[in-house]
Design a protein around this ligand. Structure first.
Ligand code: SF4
Length: 233
């Protein structure tokens, strides 16, 4: 793969990089097949819809207007050296670099760490449910390794959980929060699951989806573990 493949682009966002005005590039390809994936069109690799050089020229025109560029997906680290090269060029323009990652490539994260200023890392479920959700049996262990790789950089990180009641219980969420806090992570996000792609046999109820956000004692316990908790309801 000589060039990154970009399948989507958000030209302006205030919520995808903490405290900075950012653009988001969605790179094509992902090793997971999460049941709830809302970016399914990005999972399979193929020619991206956006010419990376045209996007780069556009980013040049955003210097002084935007502060950060976030690489998302899919899983951007799938693009390996092409990603590192592109990130380096974007960084040289003066942008902060963010990465949204599922944590499947700890070695690649380590190689790219000097180029990246902040990551948002998905902690998708407890170990018992990780393979069921992602379709990959080593996904949990890889994600934990990525967490530990990033922790060693001393750079900021947000760990996020999407609360799909088919794969995460309220008790699981609390257990995950304790595990993340025990690793010294300061920023945690609890994300509402939105049922875009449920089949008839596998439907979730609104009550089950809301349960993560309506329990004051759970909120209090999780809030007490971190410097910042974002409840993305
Ligand atoms: S890791 Fe993200 S992009 Fe990949 S399948 Fe799961 S939800 Fe979709």
């Amino acid at each position: 793969m000589n060039s990154i493949q970009i399948g989507g682009l958000v030209s302006f966002t205030t919520i995808d990089y903490p405290g900075k005005l950012a653009a988001v590039l969605f790179l094509v390809g992902c090793p997971f097949h999460c049941e709830y994936c809302s970016n399914r069109h990005l999972i399979e690799t193929g020619a991206g819809e956006y010419d990376p050089e045209k996007v780069f020229d556009w980013l040049k025109s955003r210097v002084g207007k935007l502060e950060a560029v976030v690489f998302s997906g899919g899983e951007a680290l799938l693009h390996e050296t092409a990603l590192y090269d592109y990130m380096r060029r974007v960084r040289d323009l003066g942008f902060s670099i963010g990465l949204h990652t599922n944590g499947f490539y700890p070695n690649r994260l380590s190689k790219a760490a000097d180029l990246i200023d902040w990551i948002g890392l998905d902690y998708k479920a407890t170990k018992a449910n990780y393979e069921k959700l992602t379709g990959v049996n080593i996904a949990y262990d890889q994600m934990i390794q990525s967490l530990d790789v990033w922790k060693k950089t001393g750079k900021p990180c947000e760990v996020r959980v999407t609360c799909d009641p088919r794969f995460v219980s309220v008790d699981d969420l609390v257990a995950i929060a304790h595990d993340v806090a025990s690793r010294g992570i300061k920023d945690f996000a609890v994300q509402r699951y939105v049922p875009h792609f449920e089949d008839e046999k596998n439907r979730t109820s609104a009550a089950a989806r809301n349960a993560f956000f309506e329990n004051d004692s759970v909120r209090g316990e999780i809030n007490s573990l971190f410097e910042n908790v974002i409840w993305r309801e």
